[in-house]
Design a protein around this ligand. Structure first.
Ligand code: HOZ
Length: 427
């Protein structure tokens, strides 16, 4: 680990709670001080001491084209020269909306916001207004940002820090959030039976990436769609992570399912703050100014974010070789598995496309409970060993690693060499 980061975190702690502006960055769960980044390029990030790391965080998902992609940098620079914010509509917002609607057949209309949290929070308000019902169902370990209703049994930083319940969220509000184990259709049926006609929506990450990576069992999402349709409950897919990550468009296309509302973020902003939610016209038309459901934002549709997002989506649409990314990630995770197995280290690797998580348990990981059975001490040990060898993984067992189009064969070889040494150290 580099020398300058320790003083920087101590300095940051004087002014910023925990020294970080988002808890998962604090490295607390892996027993290390955070790496402070000074720049990034392609597959690499560089710390303030000049240390170089092959990056599998990818800003928690957005950087699918790699860092500082020249066309994105140019688009942002050009946009900035024309002004950084107008608080008025632009033609770029039309281009972005058209790209999203064309990529998601379930969406006729889309509203841009500034983060995934805003997208999910707004989609839930819209679902409640549309159905005139109050309760929502979410899944244990799924994370949909930090809006009050969505922190109940949440993944990501909430899981990493082991925060019980949701202090600061009024009980009366938390009681409206019903939680169910991921992959449990019986759990969904029981919740729907118990709460009768008052469930407005079910919100789900179709491919959860915030309890580590967990995959939906075959048939689970279809059954969820059938139940929600039958009971007139809106189905919201949170594709903030999975959108444009596994294919051009959403995982919903891969699964062959049309949710009622979709939430997006991360990749669609090419690394700038962005979010979006959309769905069928008759639902979206309930939003102000057409309808009574209020939702707004001074920076929504910001020209820099639109410029970066449009270029990112255009490159992905024209040249996004998702099959190559899938093959490379399959190779990396398979070889990592062989190395860990060779040293007798209990592990399970979940992977889909360019997303993967190494869990330190020999059992299957299919939901939050099984994810929590992973040996987080072993993960921390592995993380620190990899970091000291120039490999930056997400600093929590309950997150997902991402490959980008910028990762090279040499990067993968270097990662496997580091993994070999880490595994040797761990045994
Ligand atoms: N959803 C991201 C992690 N899984 C957000 C990162 C953060 O909380 O800073």
């Amino acid at each position: 680990m580099n020398k300058k980061t320790t003083p920087l975190i101590r300095e940051a702690e004087k002014y910023i709670p925990g020294g970080v502006n988002s808890p998962v960055r604090a490295f607390g769960a892996v027993g290390a001080d955070p790496v402070f980044i000074s720049r990034a390029s392609g597959s690499k990030v560089y710390d303030t001491d000049g240390g170089e790391y092959i990056d599998y965080v990818g800003s928690w998902g957005p950087m699918i084209l790699g860092h500082a992609h020249p066309e994105i940098v140019r688009a942002i620079t050009d946009a900035a020269g024309r002004g950084t914010s107008y608080g008025m509509p632009t033609d770029m917002e039309i281009q972005m909306a058209r790209l999203l609607v064309e990529a998601f057949p379930s969406m006729d209309m889309v509203r841009m916001v500034n983060s995934g949290t805003e997208a999910t929070m707004s989609a839930i308000r819209l679902a409640r207004a549309h159905t005139k019902k109050n309760k929502i169902i979410k899944f244990d370990g799924c994370y949909h940002g930090h809006a009050d209703s969505l922190l109940v049994k949440a993944g990501s930083g909430v899981a990493t820090l082991g925060i019980p319940g949701s202090p600061g969220v009024p009980a009366a509000l938390a009681e409206l959030t019903i939680t169910v184990p991921f992959n449990s259709i019986d759990g969904v049926k029981a919740a729907v039976d118990a709460h009768g006609g008052d469930i407005a929506c079910v919100i789900i990450e179709p491919v959860p990436g915030n309890m580590g990576l967990v995959l939906p069992r075959p048939g689970f999402l279809e059954k969820l769609r059938n139940i929600t349709r039958e009971k007139e409950i809106l189905l919201i897919f949170d594709e903030v992570i999975s959108g444009f990550r596994l294919t051009y468009g959403g995982y919903q296309a891969v699964a062959g399912i049309e949710p009622d509302l979709t939430c997006l973020g991360k990749i669609i902003g090419g690394g700038l703050p962005v979010g979006a939610f959309g769905g069928k016209r008759h639902i979206m038309e309930k939003l102000a100014p057409l309808g009574p459901v209020y939702q707004a934002g001074t920076l929504s549709g910001n020209p820099l974010a639109m410029a970066a997002g449009i270029v990112t989506l255009t490159i992905l649409k024209q040249n996004g070789d998702y099959k190559k990314l899938d093959d490379e990630t399959a190779y990396l995770s398979r070889e990592m598995g062989k190395i860990l197995a060779g040293k007798g280290i209990a592990h399970t690797i979940n992977r889909i496309g360019s997303m993967f998580t190494v869990f330190f348990t020999s059992g299957e990981v299919t939901d939050f409970d099984s994810a929590k059975r992973s040996n987080t001490g072993a993960f921390a040990d592995f993380f620190r060993n990899m970091l000291s060898r120039g490999i930056l993984l997400p600093p929590s067992q309950f997150e997902t690693s991402f490959l980008s189009f910028a990762h090279t064969g040499d990067d993968l070889d270097a990662t496997l060499n580091a993994c070999r040494e880490a595994a040797r150290q761990m045994t």
